[in-house]
Design a protein around this ligand. Structure first.
Ligand SMILES: C[S@@+](CC[C@H](N)C(=O)[O-])C[C@H]1O[C@@H](n2cnc3c(N)ncnc32)[C@H](O)[C@@H]1O
Length: 420
């Protein structure tokens, strides 16, 4: 927890490092549930803690603060016996014995005043939604009518969605394989590869996972491949491709191999593209490169289809990565916007006339989405939108916005552009 809050590390990385040394699966599951829960409710728990402390803890005592939040979280949200939650949390402060009585006192006071404290949290907009102030303001400004729902969806556990490898199977056949294993699921009507499970399961339990018949991917992310609509023999450039979920989704839809180039700036993330393609028995040319500077890694080549899945604030996937609420800064948005515009402008030069470029983000902010594209269209006279007609998301002035939770999906934005 300290790694995330103090050092700015992602929860996934911080947890992976810790869980490596935990032997029992049930202990790993408990630690994971606890950490995700505390991060998800961090702003609410912190609000409650402030009501219980007479003065704030020093920065060097962030570890004690985290223990207090962990204690409160267990008392409010987990089925752990109260006395066990208190005594285990107290004893975890082993290196700072001065803090033991503080933790004991604060947690016992919380138990005595729990109902009143939780009521106070419900009445405070930031604590009630467990988001930082800047983020509540941004989401409310962009989506005044939907903001309450978006904030609530951000705190929910997302469903587990699968992408059926369409070159090996289809929705119906794979649903039958799942049913044989008593795994309950349903097909998504508007995305031919997507299946949503009623309960998450370990990937090893999914039939033919290791043979590449199925992958885990949110339905919204799978829509990229549908929208790109690659035809036989076309060349495809996937910019900002790692870890390769959309690269694979595109390739799995092809009856015959196509020319596919997957580019990302991050070499270590690209190794995951290679691993994914190998498991799925797919082929692509994988290149390390800056999407904003194609001259550095490409010679005079142009493409029929380009997917630009730009780096973004990822505010549409907060429910999967709740640490975004702690790690993301308001100032990041303008920086990302500028990178996105540079990448889009560079990508446009690589599109063949008549070709299709799909711009995607997993964000719900207009600055990164429709406003970004409006700005691009104003500058680029040979660019024209091909309107996405669909049963999902909201039609915008340009493009289509999935707000988090729409049809159970992550928050995403898509626009489809063609070169005249
Ligand atoms: C939203 S993620 C891509 C997810 C991926 N398309 C998928 O479906 O699995 C954004 C990616 O952009 C990459 N990136 C960031 N800046 C970049 C740049 N200037 N050029 C190329 N890739 C970049 C990041 O390394 C990251 O992998």
């Amino acid at each position: 927890m300290c790694k995330v809050v103090k050092d700015g590390q992602s929860l996934t990385v911080a947890l992976d490092n810790v869980l490596e040394s935990v032997v029992e699966a049930k202990d790993r599951a408990f630690i994971q549930a606890l950490c995700y829960g505390v991060v998800r409710y961090y702003h609410r728990l912190d609000f409650i803690l402030q009501q219980l402390l007479s003065k704030s803890l020093r920065n060097k005592d962030t570890d004690i603060k985290m223990l207090l939040l962990i204690g409160i979280y267990q008392l409010q949200y987990m089925r752990v016996k109260a006395h066990a939650a208190v005594s285990e949390t107290v004893s975890a402060a082993k290196k700072k014995s001065w803090a033991k009585s503080l933790i004991n006192g604060v947690l016992r006071q919380y138990m005595r005043e729990q109902a009143e404290l939780e009521k106070q949290a419900d009445e405070n907009i930031l604590a009630a939604n467990s988001h930082p102030e800047w983020l509540v303001n941004k989401i409310t400004t962009d989506w005044p009518e939907q903001a309450e729902n978006i904030l609530a969806e951000n705190n929910k556990q997302p469903p587990m969605a699968l992408r059926v490898n369409l070159s090996q199977s289809n929705q119906q056949d794979y649903l039958e394989l799942l049913a044989e294993q008593d795994i309950r699921a349903h097909a998504v009507s508007f995305c031919s590869s997507a299946i949503v499970l009623e309960q998450p399961v370990a990937v090893e339990k999914l039939p033919h996972f290791s043979d590449g018949m199925v992958s885990v991917q949110d339905t919204a992310a799978q829509l990229a491949a549908e929208l790109l609509n690659v035809q036989a023999g076309q060349s495809v450039l996937d910019l900002c491709a790692a870890p390769g979920g959309k690269t694979a989704a595109i390739l799995e839809r092809q009856a015959k191999p196509i020319e596919m180039m997957a580019v990302d700036i991050d070499e270590s993330r690209l190794s995951r593209v290679k691993d994914n393609l190998q498991r799925l028995k797919l082929n692509a040319k994988v290149i390390v490169g800056d999407a904003a500077k194609p001259n550095e890694w490409l010679q005079d080549q142009k493409f029929d289809r380009i997917l630009v899945d730009v780096p973004c604030s990822a505010l549409g996937v907060i429910r999967r990565h709740p640490d975004i609420k702690i790690l993301r800064r308001e100032t990041d948005i303008a920086e990302l916007q500028s990178i996105q515009q540079q990448i889009l402008m560079a990508a446009w030069e690589l599109l063949l006339p008549g070709g299709i470029l799909v711009y995607a983000t997993c964000s719900v902010l207009k600055q990164e989405n429709e406003l970004q594209i409006e700005k691009f269209l104003n500058k680029q006279s040979d660019a024209k939108e091909i309107v996405i007609e669909a049963d999902w998301g909201l039609k915008r002035a340009v493009g289509r916005q999935v707000l988090t939770g729409n049809h159970g999906m992550d928050g995403f934005y898509y626009v489809r552009l063609t070169k005249q």
